[in-house]
Design a binder for this molecule. Structure first.
Ligand SMILES: [Zn+2]
Length: 338
């Protein structure tokens, strides 16, 4: 019901000319956008990333609405130095280091002269990453019946809609408790699914990353070694996941690595302890997946909020609602916690 009311409010605001008023009240001075894959054929990837169409739409919308696309460092500098006046800033971030970020997104980013940050876990270019989310997607994409033993669940999914719903259900189950990630291994083994083949197919390799790092628009950031949910690890392991990843990237790229993204990025995966590690290790910023704008100079640079773009349910209207602050307004007025 709340979703219906929210959608109604979003539509009303869009068509009633209230957009500018909402924006003034609810949108901050800046927003960090979060992307993962930028997909040429989203349907074949079960709508898990951002379509090229939505990606281009979002960049175009930002430009038309007067949001200047700047690097994360520039954005934080501007917010600190010109609070009160000044423009609105958007920062583009991409998690995990997907091949399509270079093959598909980069030519578009170049056209917009848009700086961007890519957060890379060591396991992706080293080809050791256990990317369970790609494994699950592959199973749902290629099979008409998927059995997840750990959930005691068997999903019959010959059609796209059922594949998307099934994938969503299992993904949600994992996000409820990141300790469940390891429970998927027997399922992948039984299905004869090779996570290392997916690793090779979907993630940039070391040489490609070295090339990309020299591009004037890009910053490469850290994203742990194994893409672990840091809160589930003991102090020593969590710290090592972050520090070793930074050291590896700096050595590989011969550049300082200043920015970090917490894998999964929600309150179950990271908190004040991890923010402390990020600071100690020498990162200058760390981003979460907590939804929100940056409004002032007081934002905690080690727990920065982001606005996600993409996924099964995203549309151009929803993108506009999120970035313009209408969604937050609707949730606030309807008493929902976001
Ligand atoms: Zn990630």
């Amino acid at each position: 019901m709340k979703q219906v009311l929210t959608n109604g409010m979003i539509e009303m605001a869009r068509w009633s000319g209230l957009m500018p008023a909402f924006r003034k009240i609810f949108a901050g001075r800046a927003a960090i956008l979060m992307f993962h894959e930028i997909q040429q054929d989203s349907r074949s990837e079960l709508m898990t990333g951002t379509s090229v169409a939505l990606f281009e739409y979002s960049l175009n919308w930002l430009r038309q609405e007067g949001w200047e696309i700047v690097s994360l460092a520039t954005c934080l500098d501007r917010l600190a130095s010109d609070s009160g006046a000044g423009g609105r800033y958007a920062v583009l971030t991409f998690d995990d280091g997907y091949r399509d970020n270079v093959a598909t997104a980069l030519p578009i980013l170049e056209r917009y002269s848009a700086p961007f940050t890519i957060y890379v876990p060591t396991g992706a270019p080293k080809r050791t990453l256990q990317a369970w989310w790609l494994g699950l997607r592959e199973m749902f994409r290629s099979e008409d019946t998927v059995t997840i033993d750990a959930m005691d669940r068997r999903v019959h999914c010959p059609r796209l809609r059922e594949k998307m719903a099934g994938l969503n259900e299992v993904t949600e189950w994992i996000h409820q408790d990141y300790n469940r990630i390891g429970m998927l291994a027997p399922t992948f083994n039984k299905a004869g699914l090779s996570l290392s083949a997916l690793n090779e197919a979907y993630f940039l390799d070391e040489r490609e990353l070295q090339g990309l790092a020299r591009h004037p628009l890009v910053s490469i950031g850290g994203h742990t070694g194994s893409h672990a949910a840091l809160s589930c690890l003991d102090t020593e392991s969590a710290r090592a996941e972050m520090a070793d990843n930074r050291r590896y990237l700096e050595q590989l790229l011969q550049l300082p690595v200043q920015h970090f993204a917490y894998p999964y990025g929600d309150s179950k995966a990271c908190g004040p302890r991890e923010a402390g590690f990020a600071k100690d290790i020498g990162f200058s910023t760390a981003v979460t997946t907590r939804h929100g704008h940056l409004s002032d100079t007081k934002s905690d640079h080690f727990a920065l909020p982001r606005i996600g773009v993409g996924g099964q349910f995203d549309t151009t209207a929803r993108f506009e609602a999120r970035i313009s602050g209408i969604q937050s307004a609707a949730h606030m007025l309807l008493g929902s916690q976001r």
